[in-house]
Design a protein around this ligand. Sequence first.
Ligand SMILES: Cc1cc2nc3c(=O)[nH]c(=O)nc-3n(C[C@H](O)[C@H](O)[C@H](O)COP(=O)(O)OP(=O)(O)OC[C@H]3O[C@@H](n4cnc5c(N)ncnc54)[C@H](O)[C@@H]3O)c2cc1C
Length: 348
Amino acid sequence: MERHDFIEAPACAGVLNFRSSRAASRRRAGESNDRQGEDHLNNVIIIGSGCAGLTAAIYAGRANLKPVVIDGFEPGGQLSLTTMVENYPGFPDGILGPDLIENMRKQAQRFGAEFKSGAITDVDLSKPPFKITAGNDTYESRALIIAAGATARLMGLESERKLIGYGVSTCATCDGYFFRGKDIAVVGGGDSAMEEANFLSRFASKVYLVHRRKEFRASKIMVDRARANEKIQFVTPVVVEDISDVTKGGVEDMTLRNTETNQTSKLPVEGVFIAIGHVPNTKVFHGKLDMDENGYLITHHGSQTKVPGVFAAGDVQDHHYKQAVTAAGSGCMAAMDAEKFLEAHPDR
Ligand SMILES: Cc1cc2nc3c(=O)[nH]c(=O)nc-3n(C[C@H](O)[C@H](O)[C@H](O)COP(=O)(O)OP(=O)(O)OC[C@H]3O[C@@H](n4cnc5c(N)ncnc54)[C@H](O)[C@@H]3O)c2cc1C
């Protein structure tokens, strides 16, 4: 199937006609199709500076599009929260998450990407150019790449946040390997908690499945599979009150409170995996772009959203793989799609 079958929205026909004649005279004068800087118009704005946004910035930069990247509240994205990344290709000894991100950022800057602080608070995608608001700042752009990622739900404990990357993880695929031969816990009661517990049992000596209720949201088949796994032990109905030891910079145990008896107990573990879901950062796009029932953006033909010229990449449109390398790969796709789109629509 043809990947770049973009359709112009009829609502913008008037603007397009005006711009067409302007572009035609520019073309006659032999000018380039790069309209960056014209009336503060950007070629492409990239929302988010995680692996997806930074890879998109590298590709868009090398395509001479002078991309502008809006950092959001978490410059560098999720990888900036972690320590060692061992599964990103090209680093046989692993690389620290913040170092990997810093390398990508420098690489993007080398090709002309410009970084802006601030988080997007509103977007107008009804007609080109798109209007993007970040607090008091507004931007106009011919194309938009949304790489706003997803945020892992946490339990809300201070110790949990402080120990992320130091024994607390939100990603079994990423960090399971570090817990070979260790006792660990998985917190959650849905399908992903069951799946992560099963996956982690390949490495860990024991996996405690910690859940606040005796019943599970997970499908019966997933619960049965976890129950049949000799390494997995269910611990219910308990809530996690604390994870220690922050002062030692590692996980030693969890304090659990039984919700029926109110009694507290300590569970010695060396790792805690939080598997209570992710929230895609798509609030500003509600009603403007198609989303699934959990708020993830829906893309088709690669990275296209339903609005021509708006592309999405990384975890913001991927609830399944959620890896640095897949996010980077889709960032590349979005930049290439945006480049082709701009080439095909010089008048926007
Ligand atoms: C603790 C941890 C460890 C991990 N370890 C690994 C690992 O070892 N290997 C691996 O492959 N994967 C790992 N992952 C997963 C990996 O980090 C993600 O899959 C990847 O970061 C997704 O990249 P992204 O660019 O799509 O989104 P994110 O990294 O989530 O980046 C999103 C970006 O969007 C910005 N943003 C959000 N909202 C707005 C807004 N309104 N306006 C402007 N900007 C906004 C944020 O500030 C951020 O810069 C880990 C994740 C975590 C949390």
